[in-house]
Design a protein around this ligand. Sequence first.
Ligand code: EPS
Length: 389
Amino acid sequence: MLRYLTSGESHGQSLITIIDGIPSNIELNIDDINEELRKRQGGYGRGGRMKIEKDKINIIGGVRGKKTIGSPISFEIKNKDFENWVNFMSPMDEIDRESRIVENVRPGHADLVGCLKYDFDDARNVLERSSARETASRVAVGAICKQVLKNFNIEFTSHVVQIGDIKDDNIYDFDFIKNNVNNSEIRCVNPSLEEKIKNKIDECKKDGDSLGGIVEIRVKNIIPGLGSYTHFDKKIDGQLAMHLMGTQAIKGVEIGIGFEAATKVGSKVMDEISYDKENGIRRKTNNLGGIEGGMTTGEEMIIRCAMKPIPTLYKPLDTINVNTLQSYKASVERSDACAVPACSVVCENVVAFVICQFFLEKLGGDCLEDLQNNYNTYVKRLGDRGWKR
Ligand code: EPS
């Protein structure tokens, strides 16, 4: 079972991650992993922190001479900002708690309930871990998973389809998104919306407010049969939703046409099936986003995630002091006005982890060679049953 654990605070020394279950003999390209980390740091609307950090992965274990060896892979991503926070964050030295204490808990952040649950008088203990800084680790995990799946031609892309109330209603094909998304500062492939959205972010920032949005993740060249209908926790859509909802600030996940399916009659939702010798088994539409009965159909996967606006507001909302219970305006921490473009990179890599988990579960293999053999056997059997890439 492919799994990972992350540890580390936003302004601590570094983020530490261990992934267990990556087969041996997978060649890793460090530049590709760092490129994903760089993309996550970007996007119009980010705040001052991203000018300090230059995220890079430092692999510590589980890899030799650029190839995985089947052992747990451990890596570190340093927080450069730690230098400015040593006196407040050092794990084992005396620290100055008072100067960075957060008592006026921010609505929408984990601050209040975190303090109540873990019995803290300082929400810094909560926010340092609940911070979206941790998504750097999750992106690196996804980037490693992508390098496993690259051997089987499985590709990923993502883009921003909405920021605030500005929405891109166009439907794009996979390659168009992949070829254009990195040219946009907001990861939106509709150039006519670029300025409009950037102005909206600027306005919002000036007002001390923040913006959320919707991102779309696409997966190409997937095989049918990842996941299962046989039990709730084996359904790939269930696991995708769990991992995506477990990502900071995500409030909703849709597969295919998602919530819209509830408004239509069945005949306008189901993807009709056909067969011809040349193309094999085909679908006329892909409303269900490449998943039926908790299993991949082999059609492109289409997943959307709604990100709420970031809760740290420069024009703060009403709250209480968690210790005195008196009314105050919420604490203001340095933050981003909009992190939806970064969220698209994060969610894409979270999806890559889940796909890799199901892929390895289906096809197993301690090493790349076993995985390739199992893949070829399975694809041949599917071919005999009428499925074609
Ligand atoms: C975050 C607040 C900001 C963001 C941070 C998430 O950090 P800081 O308080 O240091 O300015 O920049 O995101 C990251 C550090 C990152 O790498 O994405 C929050 O409160 O969640």
